[in-house]
Design a protein around this ligand. Structure first.
Ligand code: 1YM
Length: 641
């Protein structure tokens, strides 16, 4: 047997293994996640070429036939025959498992999705894969079907204008990714936009040729600093330009972008080799240590904390920050397959020393910025003190953490949370109807009076004094999180596994619903993650037809139009329900509360980042688009938050 044949048998065996057990090679499995990871892998190869300095443009095209094309203007994937293998490099790259690392001359490879198994896995799991390489004035092409070479590398043309690059097209095998329909524009867009920030200047184009042509260009020369500004854009910033900290230590590239805003939350995104680490890790620890130390030193040296005032803690210094920490290194180690946390200890010291040195410089050179940050932290410290006192007060008056239930609550009889529901109802009169109409064995009612507090705009001390909020905390019975100190939200203590927000179907109702969702999002987030939060859907109209006057409930304007068309010939009576209070208890039960007939929308968080954006856009700013947005989106749940 010639080495060529022996090699190809080995290769086939390898790729066969991938097709037999795809989940072993693709971290996201054979669902939508895995499907998109194939694309991520090819995109990452193109991005690597850009980061190595050889390409400045990467293009992704979603083709009409469902396949995808990725193009870069780099050196071109090598097509020459490799002496040792006796085969063209490009063929080896797309057919040999683990080919990636062996040739990589890059200091690091950013691709993370397939833990380095790379291009050959994409090939094995695609009905076809085609690559065209332009380099040295020649254009070559190779094609594979389900991992097997069907057209070996051959010359297809010449190119005399000095351009070079790679173009890879493939169609994931739907016999393997059975339940996946197609590539999702939104998901790909999100990743490309993120990459545009993280690469700091690479031009990234996304084109969709499937339904109607759509094309977007992402290019962020401002890099992580622009990213931070974007994350903080919904609040007023405390100074003009975001701060950029950059450096290399111990062969680890560190980039931090940050800005301080008038908001009260903190948004910190952490990346290692462009992979997001949701739980941070050593890069985050290194940053926080240096950041706090620098600010403490500065405040002390310049006497910026007044005598008798509480000293800011690390968390106080982070109030209102929007920050992106990105590190690139040769051998990233993660806590789990999901790569949620970075472990490399050397990263902590690298980030710490770079942030310490550069951030000190920034403060020395910009005393106004330094003063703004420290004043903000001092006020956070005061608010924290006040909150602690308020919490103590609240505990004494009507303890958050004991069993005392609010007077307005009409509780259910069941004590089994998995069977119990609570309706949080706008207004006392609707609350009254709901109390009469409910099935008291498992349905509890908590009426709220008027508008609830906008928690985005209030400090925690004030939030905890608000009667409506205290009633919700006590009724739900699981505390709250995000208030610093020792406060926790404990999902196991939740008294109802269905928490149903029921507000009027008008602008005020949707505003109240938004305020409630914001509260839950900020302070009882695990409720949403667990799928316990719902929105009730009361009808908009009651319509009667003809002589027998049968009453039909209608839940949207579109439905009303359809119904009117359908029953055109019968002169009709339309009643618009302006508020829940206009329905009697029986009607409320029948339309909105009876588990057999009602429609509930579950509130989910698709992407934390987008939820954040949506909420901040809705709740955080002073700008007018907010009201417009609320009015247009009477049904917030449709936002997918
Ligand atoms: C659309 C996807 O894969 N571009 C790409 C890949 C490579 C190179 C350039 C490249 C890298 C190197 C030298 C090097 C790859 N090369 C290899 C291997 N775009 C896309 N552009 N010359 C060209 O890293 O030294 C693997 S990928 F293995 F040949 F080096």
């Amino acid at each position: 047997m010639s080495t060529y044949t022996a090699d190809s048998i080995k290769v086939l065996k390898g790729l066969e293994g991938v097709r037999k057990r795809p989940a072993m090679y693709v971290q996201g499995g054979t669902g939508v996640d895995g499907y998109h990871q194939l694309l991520t892998e090819i995109i990452d190869n193109a991005i690597d070429e850009a980061l190595a300095g050889y390409a400045d443009t990467v293009e992704v095209i979603l083709n009409a036939d469902g396949s995808v094309t990725v193009i870069d203007n780099g050196r071109g994937i090598p097509v020459g025959v490799m002496k040792k293998e006796g085969r063209p490099a490009i063929e080896v790259i797309f057919t040999e498992l683990h080919a990636g690392g062996k040739f990589d001359s890059n200091a690091y490879k950013v691709s993370g999705g397939l833990h380095g198994v790379g291009s050959s896995v994409v090939n094995a799991l695609s009905t076809f894969l085609e690559a065209e390489v332009t380099s040295g004035g020649k254009v070559h092409r190779i094609r594979f079907d389900r991992g097997e070479v069907t057209e070996p590398v051959h010359l297809i043309g010449s190119s005399n204008n000095g351009v070079s690059g790679s173009r890879v097209s493939f169609l994931p095998d739907h016999g393997i990714f059975k339940e996946v329909e197609r590539f999702e524009y939104g998901r790909i867009r999100r990743r490309l936009r993120e990459l545009a920030y993280l690469t700091g200047g690479v031009k990234i184009i996304l084109e969709d040729r499937r339904d109607h042509l759509k094309r977007e260009v992402f290019q962020e020369k401002g890099g992580v600093a622009a990213f931070a500004a974007h994350l903080g854009a919904d609040h007023k910033s405390l100074y003009d330009k975001p701060i950029l900290i950059k450096g290399i230590a111990d062969e680890i590239e560190v980039e931090v972008g940050l800005i301080h805003t008038s908001g009260y939350g903190q948004t910190i995104l952490t990346y290692a080799n462009m992979i997001t680490n949701r739980d941070g890790g050593t890069q985050l620890t290194g940053f926080k240590t240096a950041y706090t130390r620098v600010l403490n030193n500065y405040a002390r040296a310049k006497n910026l904390i007044k005598k008798g005032e509480p000293a800011p803690t690390g968390e106080d210094f982070l109030e209102g920050i929007a920050c992106v920490i990105s590190v690139k290194l040769g051998d990233p180690q993660f806590e789990s397959q999901a790569k949620v946390k970075l472990l490399n200890p050397e990263v902590q010291s690298a980030v710490q020393s770079i942030v310490y040195e550069k951030f000190t410089e920034v403060l020395e050179e910009n005393p106004k910025i330094a003063k703004a940050i420290i004043e903000k932290a001092a006020s956070a410290a005061k608010a924290r003190e006040a909150a602690r006192k308020a919490r103590d007060l609240v505990r004494r008056a009507s303890p958050l953490e004991n069993d005392e239930l609010p007077g307005k609550l009409a509780d259910c009889q069941s004590e089994d949370p998995s069977l119990s529901e609570i309706y949080i109802v706008e207004g006392d009169s609707a609350g009254g109807s709901a109390k009469q109409g409910r099935e008291r064995r498992f349905q509890a009612i908590l009426p709220l009076r008027g508008k609830i507090l906008n928690v985005e705009k209030a400090q925690i001390g004030k939030i905890l004094k608000n009667a409506e909020i205290r009633a919700m905390i006590a009724a739900i019975g699981a505390g709250l999180e995000g208030t610093g100190d020792d406060a926790h939200f404990n999902l196991d203590d939740v008294r109802y596994h269905r928490i149903i927000v029921m507000t009027d179907a008008d602008v005020d109702g949707s505003h109240i619903r938004t305020l409630l969702l914001t509260f839950f999002y900020r302070y009882m987030r695990p409720l949403i993650d667990a799928g316990y939060l719902y929105i009730a859907q009361p009808p908009l109209y009651g319509v009667r037809f003809g002589r027998e006057k049968e009453l039909r409930y209608v839940y949207s304007d579109g439905e009303l139009q359809r119904l009117l068309k359908e029953k055109r010939n019968r002169k009709t009576e339309i009643q618009r329900f302006k508020g829940l209070g206009e329905m009697n208890p029986e009607q409320l039960w029948e339309t909105t509360m009876n588990p057999e007939t009602r429609v509930l929308k579950r509130v989910t968080i698709e992407a934390v980042l987008e939820a954040n954006e949506a909420f901040e856009m809705l709740m955080g700013t002073e700008v007018p688009p907010r009201r417009e947005f609320i009015e247009e989106n009477a049904h917030l749940a449709q936002l997918d938050v």
